[in-house]
Design a protein around this ligand. Structure first.
Ligand code: PT1
Length: 259
């Protein structure tokens, strides 16, 4: 899954892809690099980021979606707002990626009737504004797993079949480095919930804490993290660097089932 940020404060693209045309061009280059899905976001959710209005988010995301909807690969929209979900689905989005796991009022109802639309349910403790202030868990793996199980149940009750769902432990969303490392080490355990697992580690600060590299210099650690996530059961990895990630995963795939 290739990341397309259409946000002025986006954590690693620094407003560079703000304009619709630049976002579309970036998307086309990620498709050329072999992306299987594109994830388009109009509101940054990195720690300390600003909330944007639904109208602002729509004005960022919909023109990019419309330009890409006829390309060969499915388009995911990274949003927590029911209004954005509805417009995005109308405009042809194949997937809704919600870091708030459909907890916003009206979100379950916005996606439930659209049987062809997949949904990613992600775990977050707190909100992007406060989540890194004091992350706290007694047992990170079982708490994140229980939360995702509950969100799967809420989705099922709202009429969303398990086959439409993807789950994500939410690396960096209200977690210390130790929490994130525990989740990565135990990622396999999330596969028992019966949905594909998505992992987003690309360029995140947890990688920089380990290596000391700045956000724009985390290619190698991001590729390593994506590879480890797949080795531990992830079916989808959300990445900035599609070409490098694909090359690393090709080696993993070559070994799979070979002895
Ligand atoms: C993610 C994800 C996402 N991450 C899904 N969607 C972001 N499903 C946006 C840091 O610590 O992992 N899964 N949408 C980006 N969020 C962050 C969080 C970016 C933390 C950076 C950090 O640097």
């Amino acid at each position: 899954m290739g990341i397309i940020n259409v946000t002025p404060d986006s954590f690693s693209d620094g407003g560079f892809f703000l304009s619709t045309q630049q976002a579309i061009a970036h998307a086309r280059s990620l498709i050329d690099e072999g992306a299987d899905i594109l994830d388009i976001g109009g509101e940054s959710t990195r720690p300390g980021s600003q909330i944007v209005s639904a109208d602002e988010e729509l004005s960022r995301v919909i023109p990019v979606l419309e330009a890409l909807v006829d390309t060969a690969i499915p388009i995911s929209i990274d949003t927590s707002k029911p209004e954005v979900m509805k417009h995005a689905i109308e405009a042809g989005a194949s997937m809704i990626n919600d870091v708030n796991a459909l907890r916003n009022t009206g979100a379950l109802e916005a996606v439930a009737p659209h049987k062809h639309v997949q949904i990613c349910l992600m775990h977050m403790q707190g909100t992007p504004q406060n989540m890194q202030a004091n992350p706290y868990y007694i047992d990170i793996v079982s708490e994140v797993k229980d939360y995702l199980q509950q969100r799967i149940q809420a989705a099922n009750t709202a009429g969303i079949a398990l086959s439409r769902l993807v789950i994500d432990p939410g690396f960096g969303f209200g977690k210390t480095l130790q929490h994130n490392l525990s989740l990565l080490n135990h990622l396999n355990e999330f596969t028992t919930l019966g949905t594909p697992v998505l992992a987003g580690l690309s360029r995140k600060s947890m990688l920089g804490v380990i290596t000391g590299n700045n956000v724009d210099q985390r290619l190698h650690e991001s590729v390593a993290a994506a590879l480890l996530a797949v080795a531990k059961g992830a079916k989808i990895v959300r990445v900035h660097d599609v070409k490098a990630s694909k090359a690393a995963l090709a080696i993993h795939n070559a070994l799979r089932g070979y002895d």
